[in-house]
Design a protein around this ligand. Structure first.
Ligand SMILES: [Zn+2]
Length: 424
């Protein structure tokens, strides 16, 4: 499709950015032409064009009116000056998490609060609204709806944050003591004697996933220790023999390693030096980050992929979009160079926030997946310590049940490096 884009608007770059995400979502081949007569599709701010863009939305965003009540009145759609739904501007606002810019009233960790989000207010955290916007735009446009519509079956992305590997003795031990499970206590004591650590179980995780022919990534912390009442970095030293050989083992097996950015004054550059290899991907520890500063740090770091964009306290879409994307950089009026893979499902959400009985987890995750079984890459995080059966009893079974569902329904597993190679 040959596109003529009227460049006279000051928001041309931002509009072109979101329109290109739409085109890639719909797998529409396109190039640009400067010749109006030979164009198949014309975009400008006049009503004679095939797609008219409005500047009202960007006027507000560029003047830092970020909060969702500036845009959403009775529903979650951005409207133009005529009161019509502007699907592309809605997609732009949601995909880029503009509601989080400036993060008012953060939670005790300094994070944007789910309770302050439009998802909470409008109860739509499990809905892929951006996809709905793209579908509506495609179907309602006379020229676009003549093109072939491409739908792909959803895929999934597995990852593991390694926060603690030595906590089993005290945490599982406390669990066993409370329940008078003396056999477990004796086993844990024996583990200490023979220097075996139940949570240094990366080999076990790889074995479980390889049974299904799946693959995943392990995110490592390079800084250690308790920081305050609420926060701690790892309980292991990244330079210890145990950890180094485990990282090497992950590589040898064909799984991936990445960085789990710690709570620290360290820049990415410093942490990567401590890590000892150049990671493709990052996830922020505690999902602690603010926008847009985290995006700017990631850009500076040269990291190719980030997978932090999820709400800690609820399963679903933090940006109501099912696919990885390149966030928009307002400073440079273009997309950042790293790909963001939103996080949708995490063990800690069920354990720490929802207090859901472990037997109900798989069913809940599967129903979310069924609801979004097309056009999505669903990201699932299971911490290594949730693979032991004492304190986190039932979580291993839930994880296996989810993997079994993926396997039996022939959903494809996608890795960090595959995501980086694709264009979104
Ligand atoms: Zn963590």
């Amino acid at each position: 499709m040959k596109i003529y884009f009227d460049k006279s608007s000051i928001y041309y770059n931002a509009f072109k950015y979101i329109f290109e995400i739409f085109l890639r979502n719909k797998k529409i081949n396109f190039n640009y032409t400067l010749d109006l007569k030979s164009a198949d599709f014309i975009i400008s701010n006049t009503s004679e064009s095939d797609l008219q863009y409005s500047e009202d939305f960007f006027d507000k965003v560029y003047s830092k009116e970020y909060e969702f009540d500036n845009f959403f009145k009775n529903d979650c759609f951005v409207k133009n000056s005529k009161g019509e739904i502007d699907y592309l501007c809605t997609a732009f606002y949601m995909i880029n998490c503009i509601q989080e810019y400036g993060c008012f009233e953060p939670d005790e960790y300094g994070r944007f609060k789910y309770k302050n989000s439009y998802q909470y207010f409008y109860k739509n955290v499990e809905d892929n609204i951006v996809q709905q916007c793209f579908d509506k735009l495609f179907n309602s446009n006379e020229k676009l709806n003549k093109l072939k519509q491409v739908v792909f079956r959803s895929k999934f992305f597995l990852s593991h944050d390694i926060d603690t590997v030595y906590g089993s003795f005290f945490q599982d031990g406390f669990y066993a003591l409370k329940r008078k499970k003396f056999d477990v206590i004796i086993k844990l004591i024996m583990n200490v004697v023979i220097l075996k650590h139940d949570w240094l179980n990366i080999d076990k995780i790889i074995k479980i996933e390889s049974e299904y022919d799946f693959n995943s990534v392990f995110y490592w912390l390079v800084n250690k220790g308790k920081l305050n009442k609420l926060e701690r970095n790892s309980d292991y030293s990244i330079d210890s023999k145990n950890i180094r050989s485990t990282i090497e083992y992950v590589n040898q097996k064909g799984w991936e390693n990445g960085i789990h950015k710690s709570i620290s004054e360290d820049s990415f550059e410093t942490e990567i030096l401590k890590l000892g290899f150049i990671p493709d991907g990052n996830r922020y520890h505690y999902l602690k980050f603010n926008l847009p500063s985290a995006f700017n740090q990631l850009q500076q770091s040269g990291i190719k992929l980030d997978s932090s964009l999820g709400f800690a306290d609820v399963m679903g879409f933090r940006n109501n979009y099912g696919q990885p994307f390149y966030p928009f950089d307002f400073n440079n009026n273009r997309a950042y160079d790293f790909v963001e893979v939103p996080l949708n499902v995490m063990d800690q959400t069920f354990y720490g926030y929802e207090k859901l009985p472990p037997g109900k987890i798989a069913k809940k995750v599967i129903s979310f997946f069924e609801k979004n079984n097309s056009n999505s890459i669903i990201s699932v995080l299971w911490h290594n310590n949730f693979f032991s059966n004492y304190k986190f009893n039932g979580y291993l079974d839930a994880y296996k049940e989810i993997l079994k569902y993926f396997y039996e329904n022939k959903y494809e597993c996608i890795t960090q490096s595959q995501i980086i190679k694709n264009k979104y």
